[in-house]
Design a binder for this molecule. Structure first.
Ligand code: AVJ
Length: 330
């Protein structure tokens, strides 16, 4: 068993050496715009990650349970595609590790030879994953890569000739705009080697009431998750947001198939953010856009694969057809 955390710091890989500076710049840019916004990539500080993990266990947020069902029901079929070994099992954003563990346990039982390589910008997440797996799966080889997704994948595909199996679960791809999505997929295609696999999670279009419930859960976890962005600005950038003066609003755009989340100012107010040397004015009912969570038709998923260059191997669905893990090959 070997366990390493590899931190990739090389300016040609566009690594964010200074997450605080990125946060500062991101907030300054987003709140200075005519239509204010905060990028959803800033959700995941310790509290945000904790709240998201909690949300995944709430029934209203069906996505995670659907994907767990898919992986449990189809892991043996998925495994049949990865017979040629050894391979790299790479994962973008492993989260709490529950989903990859379903596949990893299955592969270990079959005595597959592979190394697990989670890639995440959060070192804390990686440390937790490593500790967890070391305890539960002491025979698993892990190389955790602390970098952004594409930079980590780039480093890996340049240093290893092994067959790659890349996981990007959870439908996090849905946070990207359509232009960013195809750009991201094409980048991945270019970095992977011919014959490599890509297992990608997509949340499917479904009745809007189910979607609205998932992004406005009855326990108020999503609300707290969104408001935590303001708390994060208060504590990290010395801001003075009063969280009681903003309300979470999650709505579904039926044309673009996108859940959209906003924080809405409940009154005219000015907010000082001292580390930005700036004051931001909010009028009553002015929104801050904080997230897109795109939902997909199967035909759109097939078009994305084709446009990026991938061949579709198989789609794996849950019993309600709410979610799909789509297996692609270069
Ligand atoms: C982690 C990006 C998949 O978009 O559904 C959950 C984040 N936002 N509730 C999603 C989220 C609000 C989640 N992803």
């Amino acid at each position: 068993m070997t366990t390493t955390i590899k931190t990739i710091k090389n300016s040609t890989f566009h690594i964010i050496d200074d997450p605080k500076e990125e946060f500062k710049q991101g907030i300054l840019t987003g709140l200075s715009k005519n239509k204010k916004s905060i990028s959803s990539k800033f959700f995941y500080d310790d509290t945000g990650s904790y709240l998201f993990d909690k949300l995944t266990r709430h029934l209203d947020y069906y996505l995670t349970n659907c994907e767990i069902e898919i992986l449990n029901a189809h892991k043996n079929t998925i495994a049949t595609y990865f017979k040629s070994q050894p391979f790299n099992l790479i994962e973008f954003g492993p989260g709490d590790g529950i989903k990859p563990k379903l596949l990893i346990d299955c592969f270990l039982q079959k005595n597959f030879k592979f190394t697990y390589l989670p890639i995440d910008i959060s070192k804390e997440y990686l440390k937790n994953i490593i500790n967890d797996f070391n305890e539960k799966e002491p025979h698993l080889n892990i190389t955790a890569i602390n970098s952004d997704f594409l930079a980590g994948l780039r480093w890996l595909t340049l240093t290893s000739e092994k067959r790659n199996v890349l996981l990007f679960l959870g439908s996090s791809i849905g946070n990207l705009t359509p232009t960013e999505t195809i750009h991201f997929l094409k980048n991945i295609y270019d970095l992977l080697h011919p014959g490599d696999f890509f297992l990608l999670g997509f949340d499917l279009c479904k009745n809007p009431d189910t979607l609205i419930r998932a992004y406005n859960d009855s326990a108020g976890i999503t609300r707290a998750f969104n408001l935590n962005l303001l708390q994060r600005i208060n504590s990290e950038l010395d801001g003075n947001f009063n969280l009681d003066k903003f309300e979470h609003h999650g709505t579904y755009n039926v044309y673009s198939h996108t859940m959209e989340s906003y924080l809405i100012s409940l009154e005219n107010q000015s907010i000082d953010i001292n580390e930005l040397n700036n004051t931001f004015y909010f009028s009553e009912f002015e929104p801050i856009h904080v997230e897109f969570s795109h939902k997909y038709l199967l035909s759109q998923i097939e078009n994305l694969a084709k446009e990026a260059g991938f061949a579709i191997v198989e789609h794996f669905f849950d019993s309600k057809n709410y979610f799909v893990d789509s297996l692609w090959k270069k």
